[in-house]
Write a protein that binds this ligand. Structure first.
Ligand SMILES: [Ca+2]
Ligand SMILES: [Ca+2]
Length: 99
């Protein structure tokens, strides 16, 4: 939530109306917590661009498949079970790239 604080400070210092600065991001309360950067499976919220590695995208894909049984974020457009082949795969200290 440090990012939110910084954003709020940024908005406030930009001279916008006070109520505009009081924006709260939705937080997951209760229920299973997803992998980092993957807090919801209720709607198409993320794209491959939102993840820096295939590993992170795959974790989100797997998490939502388990939670809602579908690729809700559409991270696996060709339905081969591998999310975001375009992203680098980090494994054991090595970085791999799907070809
Ligand atoms: Ca998406
Ligand atoms: Ca795929």
């Amino acid at each position: 939530m440090l990012v939110v604080g910084a954003l709020m400070l940024g908005v406030a210092s930009a001279g916008l109306a006070q109520e505009d600065a009081l924006v709260f991001l939705p937080m997951v309360t209760g229920g299973p917590v997803g992998p980092a950067g993957c807090s919801t499976c209720s709607a198409d919220t993320y794209n491959c661009d939102d993840f820096s590695t295939q590993t992170a995208a795959q974790a989100c894909f797997d998490f939502c498949m388990e939670q809602v049984g579908s690729d809700v974020h559409r991270l696996d457009s060709d339905n081969n079970g591998v999310a975001c082949e375009s992203l680098p795969l980090v494994f054991g200290g090595w970085v791999f790239q799907w070809r």
